[in-house]
Design a protein around this ligand. Structure first.
Ligand code: AMP
Length: 214
């Protein structure tokens, strides 16, 4: 199974992606996670990407495409994969299609987790992350046991630079302009599944499963 998760930043696609990857026993490939790991490790890719990420901008296509196409060549991707946060632009989608085409392959479906902007701004300003171990929380929905402290490793929790309201607004603008056109792109290819992402996490997951099995 080769699945793409679409949806605005903060729509909950990452959470759903993790659950689906477990269900189908396929690797969960999140370009955002890959960049964050590279930033933490101070790699050249991380240093380049950080400038864009901190401003709510997309990292340039060539940097992302190379990273993902390389990742898909790993043996764990042979049985499929779940792409979370990629593609995010039409040129990225075309580059992915072209790379798969060469192997007579194609993705199975693109899942759009649909959530209005107002809900997203509310959700994201409540997110807290541990920069040490990567655990994420939400001050209302998934609070840590002790305020501001990671349950897993005891480090301080922070509001990520790219989750701050002004950056979220910028990211939504970027999403509508550059990523939303992918919904039509996959609809035209008859690969699109759309689900209401405003419901609770389990309901969204059940709806995705129903749509996949229909
Ligand atoms: P995410 O965790 O998926 O929201 O990604 C965090 C940030 O990483 C995004 O706001 C972008 O700056 C960058 N990023 C992740 N995936 C991509 C992509 N496919 N194309 C360009 N930039 C990306």
């Amino acid at each position: 199974m080769k699945i793409i998760m679409l949806g605005a930043p903060g729509a909950g696609k990452g959470t759903q992606a993790k659950k689906l990857a477990v269900k189908y026993k396929i690797p969960h490939i999140s370009t955002g996670d890959i960049f964050r790991l590279n930033i933490k490790a101070g790699t050249p890719i991380g240093l380049k990407a950080k400038v864009y990420i901190d401003q709510g901008q997309l990292v340039p296509d060539d940097l992302v495409v190379e990273l993902v196409i390389d990742r898909l060549k790993q043996p764990d991707c042979e049985r499929g994969y779940l792409l979370d946060g990629f593609p995010r632009t039409i040129p990225q989608a075309q580059a992915l299609d072209a790379a798969l085409d060469q192997k007579n392959d194609s993705i199975d479906c693109a899942i759009d987790v649909n959530v209005p902007d107002e809900n997203i701004i509310k959700r994201m300003s409540g997110r807290r992350a541990c920069l040490n171990c990567g655990a994420t929380y939400h001050i209302e929905h998934i609070p840590p046991k002790k305020e501001g402290i990671c349950d897993v490793c005891g480090n301080d929790l922070i509001l990520r630079e790219d989750d701050k309201p002004e950056t979220v607004k910028k990211r939504l603008e970027v999403y509508h302009k550059q990523t939303q056109p992918l919904i039509d792109y996959y609809r035209k290819k008859k690969k699109l599944l759309s689900v209401d992402g405003t419901k609770d996490m389990d309901a969204v997951f059940n709806n995705i499963m129903k749509a996949l099995e229909a």
